[in-house]
Design a protein around this ligand. Structure first.
Ligand code: AVJ
Ligand code: FE
Length: 439
């Protein structure tokens, strides 16, 4: 891979930080101070917590660790430490009020740009290829997605608006329901040299053998999911993992989160607007248990994480693993529904230009996709630069999600990117596609 010049790295880091901050502003300037400090769901922090947490992380990593500058607000560290205070208790903390949180953010950023201006991007793995700047930009964008989830949970009139995503082209009519992925080895994960802003859990690249399998061409749609509901899927324990069955019983769950039935019609609430459930759109707001149950009902299963990544990255012509399904080029608006350009997934079959070599569509963007796999380290994993990003979450309690949603920024999305969550979670922008063994 080509080594970028310091000027290129500086520009790339600057642009990534600026894009994240513009989005943070969009998400926090559209509501009043009362809404910023309110807790819209016990699952989420008040928006003003995310705002200051973003800047506290930026202060710790870019100002102190990279820049070697004195601490600006060290007393903020414990308040905004995600491990000291669970989300449900954050509203009762003496948090910075909105005006102070914004001032803190601006002050940190100002100093960080000074650090960036003088950085040579070498001699320390933290700054090599501007890694820490990329990490902090991705962290802010991840919290922007978290804040968008808070917006979705918030009651009251819409605060956000966006144009509609593209419809599928005429070519989509002829696409098959599933694609055969040939068996054989492929490279899973990536090295720092090939993807300098890849996070620790994506590394190292290593060879995996994945037997032949079939994968849905597109994510499971709301229309398909309605058949599962209409067929009594939520009332039949045969389809459910025992813990999933227990969860839907205990909470009386019978449809995706934000759906409700009215006058024989399925409606859903989306960012403050109630609308009919669109049959052709990938289903959103289902737990891993719901995805798993649907797949079993359909006579199929969830893909493993390795299967998903092989479908997304393996190029059968060259045998190489690429950055994205469409190749190595950065995502453009033609490739994928990313970056909160739209406030919903595009209908299944859209984004022909983003298809994989074998024809799998919408692997990147639209909806996070639950996989069958537990979140585990790759062989040779080394926590970097802190154990609390990935390492403390490894284990059977978290399931891996892949591909990113419409709410994920391009800087935080690639064929190797790994997300994870508890299998009961439904507020995240997650859907799924199904797979089956060959033969
Ligand atoms: C990777 C999305 C699971 O939001 O909990 C943010 C990202 N880590 N701050 C999360 C993260 C630290 C993380 N996920
Ligand atoms: Fe964080």
């Amino acid at each position: 891979t080509v080594t970028a010049s310091p000027d290129t790295l500086r520009r790339r880091a600057y642009d990534a930080l600026a894009a994240a901050r513009a989005r943070t502003a969009l998400l926090t300037d559209c509501v009043d101070d009362g809404e910023l400090t309110a807790q819209h769901s016990p699952l989420m922090s008040p928006l003003v917590w995310d705002l200051a947490h973003i800047s506290n992380q930026e202060e710790q990593w870019l100002l102190r660790a990279v820049g070697g500058r004195p601490a600006l607000r060290p007393e903020m560290d414990p308040l905004y430490d995600a491990f000291e205070h669970p989300r449900a208790t954050r509203p009762s903390l003496p948090l910075l009020p909105p005006r102070e949180a914004r001032a803190y953010a601006a002050e940190v950023r100002d100093r960080v740009l000074d650090v960036l201006g003088g950085s040579r991007f070498e001699g320390d793995p933290l700054v090599d290829a501007a890694f820490a700047f990329g990490m902090v930009a991705q962290h802010e964008q991840q919290h922007d997605e978290t804040m968008l989830i808070t917006h979705q949970l918030r009651r009251g009139p819409a605060a956000l608006a966006a144009p509609e995503p593209p419809r599928p082209g005429a070519d989509a009519a002829g696409i098959p329901a599933e694609v055969r992925i040939p068996g054989g080895p492929f490279t899973m994960g990536v090295s720092h040299d090939d993807e300098p802003w890849a996070l620790d859990n994506e590394r190292p690249g290593h060879v995996r053998f994945v037997p032949e399998f079939f994968l849905d061409t597109v994510p499971v749609t709301c229309g398909a999911y309605r058949h599962f509901i209409d067929d009594g899927g939520y009332r039949d324990p045969r389809w459910w993992a025992p813990e999933g069955w227990e969860q839907i019983r205990r909470h009386g769950i019978g449809a995706p989160l934000f759906w409700r039935r009215e006058g024989g019609q399925w409606l859903r609430r989306r960012f403050g607007v109630v609308e009919p459930v669109p049959d052709d759109e990938p289903v959103l707001h289902v737990s891993w248990y719901e995805a798993d149950a649907y797949a079993r009902w359909a006579g199929r299963r969830l893909p493993t994480e390795a299967e998903w990544e092989k479908a997304a990255r393996h190029d059968p012509a060259s045998g190489r693993s690429r950055r994205y399904p469409w190749g190595d080029a950065e995502p453009s608006p033609d490739h994928a529904n990313l970056g909160q350009r739209h406030l919903r997934p595009a209908p299944a079959g859209a984004y022909a230009a983003g298809a994989s070599p074998l024809g799998v569509r919408q692997l990147i963007g639209d909806v996070w996709e639950w996989t069958a796999s537990d979140f585990l380290p790759y062989p040779g994993f080394v926590a970097f630069p802190y154990r609390e990003y990935s390492q403390v979450f490894f284990g059977p309690e978290h399931k891996v999600l892949r591909g990113g949603s419409f709410a994920v920024a391009p800087v935080a999305c690639r064929g190797t990117f790994r997300n994870w969550d508890l299998p009961v979670r439904r507020q995240i922008f997650a859907g799924f596609r199904t797979a089956r063994d060959a033969g």
